[in-house]
Design a binder for this molecule. Structure first.
Ligand SMILES: Nc1ncnc2c1ncn2[C@@H]1O[C@H](COP(=O)(O)OP(=O)(O)OP(=O)(O)O)[C@@H](O)[C@H]1O
Ligand code: NI
Length: 327
Protein backbone atom coordinates (compact mmCIF):
# COMPACT_ATOMS: atom_id res chain seq x y z
CA UNK A 1 0.00 0.00 0.00
CA UNK A 2 1.29 3.49 -0.74
CA UNK A 3 1.76 5.80 2.15
CA UNK A 4 -0.59 8.53 1.11
CA UNK A 5 -3.55 6.14 1.34
CA UNK A 6 -2.99 5.74 5.05
CA UNK A 7 -4.53 8.07 7.56
CA UNK A 8 -1.55 10.10 8.69
CA UNK A 9 -0.41 10.89 12.15
CA UNK A 10 -2.49 9.23 14.81
CA UNK A 11 0.03 10.57 17.32
CA UNK A 12 -0.49 13.01 20.14
CA UNK A 13 0.02 16.00 17.95
CA UNK A 14 2.67 17.32 20.33
CA UNK A 15 4.39 18.88 17.35
CA UNK A 16 7.57 16.80 17.61
CA UNK A 17 8.76 14.85 14.59
CA UNK A 18 7.82 11.17 14.40
CA UNK A 19 10.40 8.75 15.80
CA UNK A 20 8.65 5.48 15.07
CA UNK A 21 6.11 4.94 12.33
CA UNK A 22 4.26 1.77 11.54
CA UNK A 23 2.54 1.34 8.19
CA UNK A 24 0.05 -1.43 7.50
CA UNK A 25 1.84 -3.95 9.67
CA UNK A 26 0.60 -7.54 9.52
CA UNK A 27 2.08 -10.44 11.45
CA UNK A 28 0.71 -13.94 10.93
CA UNK A 29 1.66 -17.31 12.39
CA UNK A 30 1.01 -20.63 10.67
CA UNK A 31 -1.56 -22.90 12.29
CA UNK A 32 -3.46 -26.03 11.22
CA UNK A 33 -6.68 -24.02 11.36
CA UNK A 34 -5.21 -21.34 9.01
CA UNK A 35 -3.02 -18.28 9.62
CA UNK A 36 -3.20 -16.75 13.11
CA UNK A 37 -3.68 -13.04 12.37
CA UNK A 38 -1.92 -11.79 15.48
CA UNK A 39 -1.36 -8.25 14.19
CA UNK A 40 -3.60 -7.04 11.41
CA UNK A 41 -3.05 -3.86 9.40
CA UNK A 42 -1.71 -1.63 12.13
CA UNK A 43 -0.75 2.00 11.46
CA UNK A 44 0.62 4.23 14.16
CA UNK A 45 3.00 7.10 14.79
CA UNK A 46 5.04 7.67 17.92
CA UNK A 47 6.56 11.14 18.20
CA UNK A 48 9.81 12.12 19.86
CA UNK A 49 9.58 12.27 23.67
CA UNK A 50 6.01 10.99 23.60
CA UNK A 51 4.75 8.27 25.90
CA UNK A 52 2.61 6.08 23.65
CA UNK A 53 0.74 3.20 25.21
CA UNK A 54 -1.25 0.18 24.15
CA UNK A 55 -3.95 -1.53 26.16
CA UNK A 56 -6.17 -4.47 25.22
CA UNK A 57 -7.30 -7.93 26.23
CA UNK A 58 -5.00 -10.90 26.47
CA UNK A 59 -4.14 -12.33 23.05
CA UNK A 60 -4.93 -9.13 21.13
CA UNK A 61 -1.43 -8.92 19.62
CA UNK A 62 0.31 -6.42 21.89
CA UNK A 63 3.44 -8.46 22.57
CA UNK A 64 3.72 -9.53 18.92
CA UNK A 65 3.63 -5.83 17.97
CA UNK A 66 6.51 -5.10 20.40
CA UNK A 67 8.52 -8.04 19.04
CA UNK A 68 8.01 -6.78 15.49
CA UNK A 69 9.41 -3.35 16.42
CA UNK A 70 12.38 -4.99 18.12
CA UNK A 71 13.10 -7.30 15.17
CA UNK A 72 12.56 -10.28 17.47
CA UNK A 73 9.64 -12.06 15.79
CA UNK A 74 9.91 -15.85 15.89
CA UNK A 75 11.19 -17.51 12.72
CA UNK A 76 7.82 -18.92 11.69
CA UNK A 77 6.10 -15.52 11.71
CA UNK A 78 5.27 -14.01 8.33
CA UNK A 79 5.03 -10.25 8.24
CA UNK A 80 4.48 -7.36 5.86
CA UNK A 81 4.22 -3.60 6.02
CA UNK A 82 6.81 -1.12 7.15
CA UNK A 83 8.28 -0.05 10.47
CA UNK A 84 10.42 3.04 10.25
CA UNK A 85 12.63 4.27 13.07
CA UNK A 86 14.16 7.71 12.52
CA UNK A 87 12.94 7.42 8.96
CA UNK A 88 14.68 4.11 8.20
CA UNK A 89 12.74 0.99 7.40
CA UNK A 90 13.70 -1.65 9.97
CA UNK A 91 12.35 -4.47 7.80
CA UNK A 92 14.79 -3.75 5.01
CA UNK A 93 17.84 -3.56 7.27
CA UNK A 94 20.25 -6.47 7.55
CA UNK A 95 19.87 -8.30 10.87
CA UNK A 96 23.34 -7.14 11.93
CA UNK A 97 22.15 -3.52 11.72
CA UNK A 98 18.95 -4.29 13.63
CA UNK A 99 20.96 -5.91 16.43
CA UNK A 100 23.06 -2.77 16.62
CA UNK A 101 19.99 -0.54 16.89
CA UNK A 102 18.35 -2.81 19.45
CA UNK A 103 19.77 -2.13 22.87
CA UNK A 104 21.65 0.96 21.75
CA UNK A 105 18.93 3.03 20.10
CA UNK A 106 15.87 1.00 21.00
CA UNK A 107 15.82 -0.37 24.53
CA UNK A 108 13.52 -3.16 25.69
CA UNK A 109 11.93 -3.86 29.04
CA UNK A 110 10.26 -7.25 28.89
CA UNK A 111 7.32 -8.77 30.69
CA UNK A 112 9.06 -11.48 32.60
CA UNK A 113 12.43 -10.91 34.31
CA UNK A 114 12.74 -14.63 35.01
CA UNK A 115 13.12 -15.34 31.30
CA UNK A 116 14.95 -12.16 30.30
CA UNK A 117 17.76 -12.11 32.85
CA UNK A 118 20.44 -14.73 32.49
CA UNK A 119 20.54 -16.81 35.69
CA UNK A 120 24.25 -17.68 35.40
CA UNK A 121 25.60 -14.12 35.28
CA UNK A 122 25.65 -11.56 38.07
CA UNK A 123 23.56 -8.42 37.87
CA UNK A 124 26.79 -6.41 37.51
CA UNK A 125 27.99 -8.48 34.54
CA UNK A 126 24.67 -8.22 32.73
CA UNK A 127 24.30 -4.50 33.29
CA UNK A 128 27.93 -3.83 32.32
CA UNK A 129 27.33 -5.66 29.07
CA UNK A 130 24.23 -3.55 28.43
CA UNK A 131 26.11 -0.36 29.33
CA UNK A 132 29.15 -0.92 27.16
CA UNK A 133 27.25 -2.14 24.11
CA UNK A 134 29.27 -1.10 21.13
CA UNK A 135 31.15 1.62 23.01
CA UNK A 136 34.82 1.47 23.90
CA UNK A 137 34.41 2.28 27.61
CA UNK A 138 37.20 1.46 30.07
CA UNK A 139 36.42 -0.80 33.01
CA UNK A 140 36.50 2.16 35.39
CA UNK A 141 34.07 4.10 33.22
CA UNK A 142 31.70 1.15 33.06
CA UNK A 143 31.82 0.82 36.86
CA UNK A 144 31.03 4.49 37.38
CA UNK A 145 28.16 4.27 34.90
CA UNK A 146 26.93 1.12 36.59
CA UNK A 147 26.60 2.78 39.98
CA UNK A 148 24.94 5.78 38.38
CA UNK A 149 22.50 3.50 36.58
CA UNK A 150 21.57 1.60 39.75
CA UNK A 151 21.01 4.91 41.52
CA UNK A 152 18.73 6.03 38.72
CA UNK A 153 16.47 3.03 39.21
CA UNK A 154 16.64 3.50 43.02
CA UNK A 155 18.51 0.32 43.80
CA UNK A 156 20.09 0.72 47.23
CA UNK A 157 23.42 -0.78 48.14
CA UNK A 158 24.68 -1.09 44.55
CA UNK A 159 28.03 -2.62 45.56
CA UNK A 160 26.19 -5.64 46.99
CA UNK A 161 23.61 -5.89 44.22
CA UNK A 162 26.10 -6.05 41.36
CA UNK A 163 27.65 -9.19 42.86
CA UNK A 164 24.29 -10.96 43.18
CA UNK A 165 22.57 -13.31 40.73
CA UNK A 166 18.99 -12.71 39.51
CA UNK A 167 17.50 -15.41 41.77
CA UNK A 168 18.88 -13.63 44.84
CA UNK A 169 16.74 -10.56 44.20
CA UNK A 170 13.08 -9.90 45.06
CA UNK A 171 10.57 -9.50 42.22
CA UNK A 172 10.53 -5.72 42.60
CA UNK A 173 14.32 -5.47 42.49
CA UNK A 174 14.54 -7.77 39.49
CA UNK A 175 12.00 -5.60 37.70
CA UNK A 176 14.14 -2.53 38.41
CA UNK A 177 17.19 -4.37 37.07
CA UNK A 178 15.17 -5.12 33.91
CA UNK A 179 14.36 -1.45 33.58
CA UNK A 180 18.03 -0.61 34.14
CA UNK A 181 18.93 -3.01 31.30
CA UNK A 182 16.42 -1.32 29.01
CA UNK A 183 17.70 2.20 29.68
CA UNK A 184 21.43 1.38 30.10
CA UNK A 185 22.56 2.53 26.67
CA UNK A 186 20.32 5.62 26.86
CA UNK A 187 18.24 4.59 23.87
CA UNK A 188 16.01 7.17 22.24
CA UNK A 189 13.08 4.72 22.20
CA UNK A 190 12.14 2.36 25.00
CA UNK A 191 9.73 -0.50 24.38
CA UNK A 192 8.22 -1.88 27.59
CA UNK A 193 5.91 -4.90 27.62
CA UNK A 194 3.95 -5.17 30.87
CA UNK A 195 6.59 -3.41 32.98
CA UNK A 196 4.47 -3.58 36.14
CA UNK A 197 2.92 -7.04 35.92
CA UNK A 198 3.16 -9.47 38.81
CA UNK A 199 4.23 -6.85 41.35
CA UNK A 200 2.49 -5.92 44.57
CA UNK A 201 0.82 -2.54 44.74
CA UNK A 202 3.58 -0.75 46.63
CA UNK A 203 6.35 -1.91 44.28
CA UNK A 204 4.12 -1.28 41.29
CA UNK A 205 3.64 2.35 42.27
CA UNK A 206 7.43 2.76 42.56
CA UNK A 207 7.89 1.25 39.11
CA UNK A 208 5.28 3.63 37.70
CA UNK A 209 7.04 6.65 39.17
CA UNK A 210 10.37 5.36 37.89
CA UNK A 211 8.90 5.03 34.39
CA UNK A 212 7.46 8.53 34.70
CA UNK A 213 10.91 9.79 35.52
CA UNK A 214 12.48 7.95 32.56
CA UNK A 215 9.79 9.25 30.20
CA UNK A 216 10.97 12.83 30.81
CA UNK A 217 13.93 12.18 28.54
CA UNK A 218 12.98 9.31 26.29
CA UNK A 219 10.28 8.21 23.91
CA UNK A 220 8.31 5.36 25.39
CA UNK A 221 6.15 2.67 23.83
CA UNK A 222 4.43 0.79 26.62
CA UNK A 223 2.08 -2.18 26.60
CA UNK A 224 0.02 -2.85 29.69
CA UNK A 225 -3.10 -4.40 31.19
CA UNK A 226 -2.78 -1.99 34.04
CA UNK A 227 -5.13 0.93 33.52
CA UNK A 228 -3.72 2.78 36.52
CA UNK A 229 -0.30 2.75 34.87
CA UNK A 230 -1.88 3.77 31.57
CA UNK A 231 -3.72 6.73 33.05
CA UNK A 232 -0.68 7.99 34.94
CA UNK A 233 1.88 7.54 32.20
CA UNK A 234 0.47 7.62 28.70
CA UNK A 235 0.03 10.68 26.56
CA UNK A 236 -1.42 8.87 23.57
CA UNK A 237 -3.26 5.63 24.02
CA UNK A 238 -4.22 2.94 21.51
CA UNK A 239 -6.64 0.13 22.24
CA UNK A 240 -6.09 -3.22 20.52
CA UNK A 241 -8.76 -5.81 19.95
CA UNK A 242 -8.25 -9.07 18.02
CA UNK A 243 -5.09 -7.92 16.25
CA UNK A 244 -6.21 -4.44 15.28
CA UNK A 245 -6.36 -0.96 16.74
CA UNK A 246 -9.94 -0.04 17.60
CA UNK A 247 -9.31 3.36 19.16
CA UNK A 248 -6.51 5.93 19.31
CA UNK A 249 -6.91 8.91 21.59
CA UNK A 250 -5.18 11.38 23.84
CA UNK A 251 -4.96 9.63 27.20
CA UNK A 252 -6.87 12.22 29.21
CA UNK A 253 -9.74 12.34 26.71
CA UNK A 254 -9.84 8.56 26.67
CA UNK A 255 -10.29 8.16 30.40
CA UNK A 256 -12.84 10.94 30.45
CA UNK A 257 -14.91 9.41 27.68
CA UNK A 258 -13.88 6.15 25.98
CA UNK A 259 -15.58 5.93 22.58
CA UNK A 260 -15.26 2.40 21.21
CA UNK A 261 -17.74 0.01 22.89
CA UNK A 262 -14.82 -2.28 23.77
CA UNK A 263 -12.94 0.63 25.39
CA UNK A 264 -16.06 1.50 27.33
CA UNK A 265 -16.32 -2.12 28.47
CA UNK A 266 -12.67 -2.16 29.54
CA UNK A 267 -13.14 0.88 31.74
CA UNK A 268 -16.44 -0.38 33.14
CA UNK A 269 -14.67 -3.54 34.26
CA UNK A 270 -12.50 -1.49 36.63
CA UNK A 271 -13.40 -1.81 40.33
CA UNK A 272 -13.67 1.97 40.55
CA UNK A 273 -16.20 2.06 37.71
CA UNK A 274 -18.62 -0.69 38.62
CA UNK A 275 -16.57 -3.81 37.85
CA UNK A 276 -18.80 -5.08 35.06
CA UNK A 277 -16.88 -7.57 32.91
CA UNK A 278 -17.41 -7.57 29.14
CA UNK A 279 -19.54 -10.62 28.30
CA UNK A 280 -18.18 -13.25 25.89
CA UNK A 281 -14.65 -13.62 24.60
CA UNK A 282 -12.58 -12.35 21.68
CA UNK A 283 -12.84 -14.18 18.36
CA UNK A 284 -10.34 -16.79 17.22
CA UNK A 285 -7.55 -15.14 15.24
CA UNK A 286 -7.77 -17.95 12.69
CA UNK A 287 -11.51 -17.39 12.08
CA UNK A 288 -12.15 -13.69 12.34
CA UNK A 289 -15.70 -12.51 11.62
CA UNK A 290 -16.35 -10.68 8.38
CA UNK A 291 -17.84 -7.60 10.05
CA UNK A 292 -16.79 -5.85 13.24
CA UNK A 293 -14.63 -8.12 15.37
CA UNK A 294 -16.33 -6.89 18.53
CA UNK A 295 -19.85 -7.26 17.13
CA UNK A 296 -20.89 -10.44 19.04
CA UNK A 297 -20.09 -8.78 22.39
CA UNK A 298 -21.29 -5.28 21.64
CA UNK A 299 -24.28 -3.74 23.37
CA UNK A 300 -24.64 -1.15 20.61
CA UNK A 301 -24.42 -3.60 17.69
CA UNK A 302 -26.32 -2.55 14.56
CA UNK A 303 -27.18 -4.48 11.40
CA UNK A 304 -24.22 -3.05 9.47
CA UNK A 305 -21.72 -4.24 12.11
CA UNK A 306 -22.44 -7.87 11.33
CA UNK A 307 -21.27 -7.88 7.72
CA UNK A 308 -19.12 -4.83 7.20
CA UNK A 309 -15.68 -4.37 8.72
CA UNK A 310 -15.44 -0.84 10.13
CA UNK A 311 -12.45 1.33 9.27
CA UNK A 312 -10.79 3.64 11.79
CA UNK A 313 -12.99 6.73 11.58
CA UNK A 314 -11.18 10.01 12.27
CA UNK A 315 -12.91 12.31 14.70
CA UNK A 316 -11.97 15.69 16.10
CA UNK A 317 -8.80 16.13 18.13
CA UNK A 318 -6.96 13.40 16.22
CA UNK A 319 -9.13 10.77 17.78
CA UNK A 320 -9.79 7.62 15.74
CA UNK A 321 -12.40 4.97 16.44
CA UNK A 322 -13.17 1.74 14.58
CA UNK A 323 -16.92 1.73 15.10
CA UNK A 324 -19.95 2.51 12.92
CA UNK A 325 -21.48 4.51 15.77
CA UNK A 326 -19.06 7.24 14.71
CA UNK A 327 -19.24 6.78 10.94
N1 LIG B 1 5.10 -17.89 18.23
C1 LIG B 1 3.77 -17.92 18.03
N2 LIG B 1 3.20 -18.89 17.28
C2 LIG B 1 1.88 -18.92 17.08
N3 LIG B 1 1.02 -18.02 17.58
C3 LIG B 1 1.51 -17.04 18.32
C4 LIG B 1 2.92 -16.93 18.60
N4 LIG B 1 3.13 -15.84 19.39
C5 LIG B 1 1.90 -15.30 19.59
N5 LIG B 1 0.95 -16.01 18.96
C6 LIG B 1 -0.50 -15.71 18.95
O1 LIG B 1 -0.67 -14.37 18.57
C7 LIG B 1 -1.76 -13.79 19.29
C8 LIG B 1 -1.32 -12.51 19.96
O2 LIG B 1 -0.43 -12.83 21.02
P1 LIG B 1 0.27 -11.74 21.94
O3 LIG B 1 1.21 -12.45 22.82
O4 LIG B 1 0.79 -10.64 21.11
O5 LIG B 1 -0.98 -11.20 22.79
P2 LIG B 1 -0.95 -10.08 23.92
O6 LIG B 1 -1.92 -9.03 23.50
O7 LIG B 1 0.44 -9.67 24.19
O8 LIG B 1 -1.56 -10.88 25.15
P3 LIG B 1 -1.19 -10.73 26.72
O9 LIG B 1 -1.94 -9.51 27.15
O10 LIG B 1 -1.75 -11.98 27.32
O11 LIG B 1 0.28 -10.62 26.86
C9 LIG B 1 -2.25 -14.87 20.27
O12 LIG B 1 -3.36 -15.50 19.70
C10 LIG B 1 -1.09 -15.82 20.34
O13 LIG B 1 -1.54 -17.13 20.60
NI1 NI C 1 1.65 -9.84 25.85
Amino acid sequence: MTRNLITPDPGSGNGSPPLLEIWNLKVHFPDDAGPVRAVDSIDLTVREKECFGIIGESGSGKTVLCLAILGLLPGDASFSGEITFKGENLFSMPSREIRKIRGKEIGAIFQNPATSLDPVFTIGDQLSEALSRGEGFSKAEVNTNLIHLLNRVSIQDPALRIRQYPHELSGGLRQRVMIAMGIAAEPSLIIADEPSSGLDLRIKRRIISLLQDISQNATMFIVTHDLELAEKLFETLAVMYAGEIVEISGCKEFFKAPMHPFSEGLLNSLPSRGMQPIPGSSPSLTALPEGCRFFPRCRYAMEICKNKHPELFSLTGERQVRCFKYA
